[in-house]
Design a binder for this molecule. Structure first.
Ligand code: SAH
Length: 213
């Protein structure tokens, strides 16, 4: 079977039921977002290293988190953790506008290069510390955090529009992380646990010191 079809079948069997999300994953060339040496693994349902100790997420996790956001073409999304740019590219096909932030400048530059080459007019990317959100562009109808936080960050909840949804992996240890869906209501937040996951940590500040080391 064609590896892309096999991947889509696997995502469907594992709980990705939103046909728009499946179509966008099917059409998006993941090989463009991974290092040259790993391009032949791009259609496998696994995370892959992208440098600086970071990874492009497993396609299943991209599918489940994207589906959990309940996107439509009127929505503005903030993504924290641009990484390769793959998740931002998927989001951009399902919403009005994507703002994405990355603390490792070299990763951000590579992702921006891909956004230009592949012409994603509705993605705006900056190097920045996502734990502070992007106050100049807030509020956002959706926020997707693609690195694991210790807790639900209040700063990000503040930047959600009323009724907005944030999807975020939460947990202080790699084996206990859960994907949480946080909905902002009139009197606070409602949270739902969408299952276990493993992400690299959400770290404060910029990654420049680690880049040197
Ligand atoms: N969404 C990415 C995968 C993300 S991996 C993709 O599709 O490829 C998690 C990313 O979050 C890493 O690149 C890491 O550097 C970044 N990150 C961690 N803490 C951050 C922070 N405080 N602000 C911005 N980015 C952060």
């Amino acid at each position: 079977m064609n590896p892309k079809f096999r991947l889509i079948l696997e995502l469907r069997q594992s709980g990705v039921s939103d046909n728009n999300v499946l179509r966008v994953i099917e059409e998006m060339p993941r090989e463009v977002f991974v290092p040259e040496a790993l391009k032949h693994n791009a259609n496998e349902n696994t995370p892959l290293p992208i440098g600086y100790g970071q990874t492009i997420s497993q396609p299943l996790v991209v599918g489940l988190m994207t589906q959990a956001l309940r996107l439509n073409n009127r929505i503005k999304v903030l993504e924290i953790g641009t990484g390769s740019g793959y998740q931002a590219a998927i989001l951009s096909k399902l919403c009005r506008r994507v703002y994405t932030m990355e603390r490792h400048r070299p990763l951000l530059q590579e992702a921006e290069q891909r956004f230009r080459e592949m012409a994603f007019p509705n993605i705006t990317a900056i190097a920045g510390d996502g734990t502070l959100g992007w106050p100049e562009q807030a509020p956002f109808e959706r926020i997707l955090v693609t690195a694991a936080a210790i807790d639900i960050p209040e700063i990000l909840v503040d930047q959600l529009a009323p009724g907005g949804i944030m999807v975020i992996p939460v947990g202080d240890e790699i084996y206990t992380q859960r994907i949480m869906r946080v909905t902002k209501t009139d009197d606070g937040i409602e949270t739902e646990d969408l299952g276990g996951v493993r992400f690299v940590p959400l770290l404060p500040g910029m990654g420049d010191e680690e880049d040197k080391g």
